[in-house]
Design a protein around this ligand. Structure first.
Ligand code: SF4
Length: 365
């Protein structure tokens, strides 16, 4: 073992922040048991060691029309292609009611970059949805990626766009659509989507307006370890900035894995082992984000092992067409999944959506 590795381990044990050299040494030299132990140490600074929280949710995809052409996406259709759709309000309500019938507590919306939609269209939709569902359901109304596109399309600043959405009742614009936040990665795979600093400008505007947001990451494309670290490094700095501002900060961090089926990019899925090691590194690195979530949607029951690699929270998803099109499978055997968490030594606690500081609210039954 190198001196850098020993220093990294000592820093984690002492509750100190690690740097890039430490992270690289941990990734290259730590065995799985050591990474699990260190991530569990960091987790215990935020959460009771034997508790895992979860909620039942779905991602409802309201349109598959998209002009971004990301090569890792199996979901989108270009405008005018056969098979495009844009759900009406009534169709959306039907889809959401199915989720609610399955015990869903939260619905996240995710769609493509539809060239005909404006901020006003989104505001009108969410105003109607909030009026229809009241407090019965919580919503993750948009992702930062969609928000950026529609603000630009409508030729309004991020601040003005978020003000209009907020007035319509929007509460969350999550960090979805981040994949790997590294400009070289973006140039290789989705050059038309956004630049990294632009992403953070948009997310800053969202948080400054008092809306909630989250950090996300997807691994398993062709990204290098350095690119992964660039993503985590920028994210940690951004969260430092938000915490120092005294305003809202990111409530959680979720990492999932790329599904390569039916995409232009193709490739192979990363192994569960690599995912778990990466989760552990995220938990150790992101010492300023309270909640780390593991992805049942893309790893199924293996995701629960993530609770031993620093994660404290997971979703029980009922649908997400984007990842399902690329090979994800959804199980509604919730009791079985929760039983797996129990067998691993965790008590699953149903929660509500995150609050402003990353605390969870009481679950609504
Ligand atoms: S990942 Fe999102 S932005 Fe990229 S092509 Fe697919 S739907 Fe469009």
């Amino acid at each position: 073992m190198t001196d850098t590795f020993d220093r990294a381990v000592a820093r984690v044990r002492a509750g100190e922040r690690i740097d890039r050299a430490d992270a690289t040494a941990l990734w290259n030299e730590a065995d799985d048991a050591t990474l699990s132990e260190l991530a569990t140490l960091v987790r215990a600074r935020f959460h009771p060691p034997d508790r895992a929280t979860y909620l039942v949710m779905a991602i409802v995809n309201y349109t598959n029309v998209c002009v971004a052409r990301c090569d890792y996406c199996a979901f989108y259709k270009f405008p005018g292609e056969a098979g495009t759709y844009l759900l009406s309000f009534e169709e959306l309500v039907k889809r959401i009611d199915v989720v609610a019938g399955l015990g869903g507590q939260l619905v996240g919306f995710n769609g493509g970059f539809h060239p005909d939609l404006s901020v006003a269209d989104y505001a009108e939709l969410f105003r109607r949805l909030h009026a229809h569902y009241g407090e019965r359901l919580a919503f993750y109304e948009m992702t930062i990626a969609e928000f950026m596109f529609v603000a630009k399309r409508s030729r309004v600043s991020y601040a003005d766009a978020v003000a209009e959405l907020r007035a319509a009742g929007v509460q969350w614009i999550t960090g979805g659509g981040a994949e790997v936040l590294d400009d070289a990665f973006r140039l290789r795979h989705s050059p038309g989507k956004y630049k990294v600093e632009d992403f953070y400008d948009a997310q800053r505007a969202v948080l400054e307006a008092g809306l909630g947001s989250t950090g996300t990451m997807v691994i398993g494309f062709d990204e290098s370890f350095e690119e992964r670290l660039n993503h985590l490094d920028r994210l940690r700095s951004f969260q430092d900035e938000r915490l120092a501002s005294g305003g809202r900060a990111l409530a959680s961090f979720l990492c999932w894995t790329y599904k390569p089926y039916h995409t232009e990019l193709g490739g192979q899925e990363v192994s569960t082992r690599e995912y778990l090691r990466h989760l552990a590194l995220c938990r150790i690195w992101l010492d300023n984000i309270v909640n780390l979530r593991t992805s049942v949607l893309t790893r199924n029951e293996d995701a629960l092992l993530g609770l031993r690699y620093g994660a404290n929270d997971f979703d029980l998803p009922t649908e997400d067409e984007v990842t399902q099109k690329a090979g994800a499978t959804v199980s509604l055997e919730f009791e079985h999944i929760l039983g797996t968490a129990e067998k691993l030594g965790f008590t699953p606690v149903k929660r509500g959506p995150w609050g402003a500081a990353g605390e969870f609210r009481a679950a609504r039954e």
